[in-house]
Design a binder for this molecule. Structure first.
Ligand code: HEM
Length: 426
């Protein structure tokens, strides 16, 4: 019949569907035979791990929502009931709670991979930008989710963070009251946060879809950061990377399970075992670990508006990163100055995380300011300058070249795929 897709799928039922809507052909093309660089290392597992974690979060979240009550009088108790009376409620909640941390660990490693191997550079700028939008969406979701159990830290964290908007001149107070739906964090706030916390994961699913569409149009980057030149440089995604991703997934799930079963409250705050009390401010209001670096940037600036601007600025620089890094070479392996500096950036972010967990006193103030300064210098000054100042190492001619035996003996893999000497011409 004219206009119908001619499907190669053997199973008659699937063939019937595929002829009318070629979803199986599409899946085969995008996840079966999809040509994928042959030199991926385990850093390339983390996108798939993020997808699996997102699915786990949605499934556990749906079951939690069946038993949760978004009302300030009942929220805390409904969570206690989930933990004690609902069948496997403790398991569902601990998986969801620790899943948020696992999700951020995975995505932070995923971002580090992108920074190290220059995956944000042309032609993958849009893919990267969608990634940064995903990070923002994840942060908003996690923030609102943390408010739902209505413990002390839920309430006071929400109060501190929503109050930041009051720093905006003229309209700040109006915006904060509009966010609250009242004159403080209260029942309307809890209700809308619950509604949005349920909605946002599906926005994230939509963004992930666009992220993967953008990825499959440009194709993946790889540890050498050079373009795929010939079919010899690639492998079909299945079975090579489905298997490799499965290996990583097993390790990931083992670590995840170990935390859930042996240390489920390791990352939580004891204050959240106390029901929210608007009349009693906790001695320290500390966000979840994954927000600590941003919290530290916020507090490193003595001026409230300045702090808020810098905090949002720390994410905003990521949006324009593809244009701040002017080097032609993608992978840090071939960038002798950039390579150590990525680790300095990581160290600065870790220091910021530690600063965020401590009271802003003494050495922590100094460390916070030094690390904040480095963070912005790295993106706004060092990266643009390196494009001019740095002399990259010679790049391999192709992905296959460093891993296939070379003509004239001396074959075999070169350590890490880095060319020891300028590459031989075949
Ligand atoms: C919900 C969160 C996210 C999910 C589910 C996700 C998923 C994926 C998947 C499945 C891939 C392909 C596999 C891989 O290369 O690891 C990928 C690639 C990529 N992602 Fe993400 N991602 C997320 C967040 C982010 C964020 C926050 C960024 C950056 C700020 C980002 C930037 C990239 C880049 C640049 C690539 C291409 C990497 C390459 O080809 O070398 N992603 N992502």
């Amino acid at each position: 019949m004219a206009g119908l897709h001619k499907s190669d799928i053997k199973n008659p039922v699937l063939n019937w569907i595929d002829t009318r809507m070629p979803v199986f052909t599409m899946m085969e093309k995008e996840y079966g035979s999809f040509p994928t660089p042959k030199n991926f290392n385990y850093f390339w597992n983390f996108g798939a791990l993020a997808m699996v974690t997102l699915a786990i979060m949605i499934v556990t979240g749906i079951f939690l929502a069946m038993n949760y009550t978004p009302n300030t009088e009942m929220a805390f108790d409904s969570v206690q009931r989930i933990m004690r009376d609902v069948n496997y409620g403790w398991l569902i909640r601990y998986v969801h709670q620790n899943g948020a941390s696992m999700f951020f660990i995975v995505v932070y490693v995923h971002i580090f991979r992108g920074l190290y191997y220059g995956s944000y550079k042309a032609p993958r700028e849009l893919l990267w930008i969608i990634g940064v939008a995903l990070l923002l969406a994840m942060m908003a979701t996690a923030f609102m989710g943390y408010v739902l159990p209505w413990g002390q830290m839920s309430y006071w964290g929400a109060t501190v963070i929503t109050n930041l908007f009051s720093a905006i001149p003229l309209v700040g107070t109006d915006i904060v009251q509009w966010l609250w739906g009242g004159f403080s964090v209260s029942n309307p706030t809890l209700n809308r946060f619950f509604s949005l916390h349920y909605l946002m994961p599906f926005v994230i699913v939509g963004l992930v879809f666009l992220h993967v569409v953008a990825l499959h149009i440009t194709g993946s980057n790889n540890p050498l950061g050079i373009d795929v030149k010939s079919p010899q440089d690639t492998l079909p995604f299945h079975p090579y990377y489905t298997v490799k991703d499965s290996v990583g997934l097993c390790v990931f799930l083992a670590i995840f399970a170990a935390i859930v079963f042996f240390a489920p409250n390791m990352l939580g705050d004891p204050n959240n075992f106390i029901p929210a009390n608007p009349l009693q401010t906790p001695a320290d209001i500390v966000p979840e670990w994954y927000f600590l670096p941003f919290y530290a940037i916020l507090r490193s600036v003595p001026n409230k508006l300045g702090g808020v601007a810098m905090m949002f600025g720390s994410i905003a620089v990521l949006f324009v990163l593809p244009w701040l890094d002017t080097s032609r070479v993608r992978s840090a392996r071939f960038r002798p100055i950039y390579r150590p500096l990525v680790f300095v950036l990581v160290a600065a972010v870790v220091v910021l995380g530690m600063v965020g967990a401590h009271r802003p006193e003494g050495i922590w103030v100094v460390l916070g300011r030094v690390a904040t300064t480095y963070y912005f210098l790295h993106f706004l000054v060092i990266l643009p300058a390196l494009g001019i100042l740095e002399k990259p190492l010679p790049l391999p001619e192709s992905i296959s070249n460093p891993v296939l035996p070379r003509r004239g003996g001396g074959g075999g893999p070169l350590p890490g795929g880095v060319p020891a000497a300028p590459m031989e011409k075949p």
